[in-house]
Design a protein around this ligand. Structure first.
Ligand code: KIV
Length: 286
């Protein structure tokens, strides 16, 4: 465990005020979250991207509340001092304000996260207000919103035309006005994202929204080269875990087949004094 002091929404606001960039990463399990906290990560997102990165679904839509809670619990245990955000999965907030509050509350009550994130702009303002009224910190998420990517015509960057940029700016203002304390922009041009980050007083974070935001988010499975299906343009791979792990597994298979694993140093021999007794024992079974 690191000796970092517990991050809160106040820490993140102070970072924006002082121009210090926020480093944010997804995590879905205990070991990864522990590595992230030790690495000095400011925030962790237990994203519904776990549907693709952990469960092998094609998208995020099948992910359930129960899956999100289990993964949030593991991440919280591993990273007690990092600001952990739980991601509200599809259909956990779309139906009613009551549903949204009940499910957002589960993230805090059962998993102890610091905030929840939900996708959408003006059209979910009443959900944001209802969750805030329950005393929960809310992170908005606009731009490319994977849960409604069907309506966007696929996983496409947003805000690349004047009309689309205007809609994004209006959504961002509505989210801040509703009381959200963080905003994530996904796959948005840096010039639009930069304008929004300067206009809003809350921290505005980017995943694929360029260098002018108050911080950056990456999917851990992309960063470490674990997710194989596709790599978005905005990803920077920092290592290739798929290659390292596959090579290690190949070496293990080869060792087992060749009888070179296990070796002497991997064995628990009987206590020396017991050796004669063991010989007697085997005779009993001859
Ligand atoms: O689920 C997730 O990891 C996300 C990011 C794609 C922003 O919501």
């Amino acid at each position: 465990m690191s000796d970092k002091r517990k991050h809160s929404i106040l820490t993140l606001q102070k970072m924006k005020a002082e121009g210090e960039k926020v480093a944010w990463l997804t995590a879905y399990d205990y070991p990864t979250a522990a590595f992230a906290e030790a690495a000095g990560m400011d925030m962790l997102l237990v994203g519904d991207s776990l549907g693709m990165c952990v469960y092998g679904y094609e998208g995020t839509v099948p992910v359930t509340m129960d899956q999100c809670i289990v993964h949030c619990e593991a991440v919280r245990r591993a990273a007690p001092n990092t600001f952990v955000v739980g991601d509200m999965p599809f259909m956990s907030y779309q139906i009613s304000d009551e549903d949204a509050v009940k499910n957002a509350g589960r993230f805090l009550k059962e998993a102890g996260v610091d905030a929840i994130k939900l996708e959408g702009g003006k059209r979910i303002v009443s959900r944001i207000r209802a969750i805030l009224d329950a005393g929960i910190v809310v992170c908005g998420h606009i731009g490319l919103t994977p849960q409604s990517s069907g309506q966007l015509g696929g996983h496409k960057a947003q805000g690349r035309t004047i009309a689309s940029a205007r809609a994004l700016i209006e959504d961002a203002l509505a989210i801040e006005e509703a009381g959200a304390q963080l905003l994530l922009l996904e796959a948005v041009p840096p010039e639009v994202a930069g304008f929004i980050a300067r206009k809003l007083s809350i921290p505005v974070l980017s995943i694929g929204a360029g260098y002018e935001c108050d911080g950056q988010l990456l999917i851990v499975s992309d960063l470490i080269g674990q997710f194989q299906a596709f790599t978005p343009k905005f990803v920077k791979k920092y290592c290739n875990v798929a290659e390292v792990v596959t090579d290690a597994m190949k070496a293990y298979v080869a060792d087992v087949k060749a009888g070179t694993f296990p070796a002497e140093e991997h064995c628990y021999h009987m206590l020396k004094a017991e050796a004669p007794g063991f010989e007697e024992l085997t005779k009993e079974f001859e």
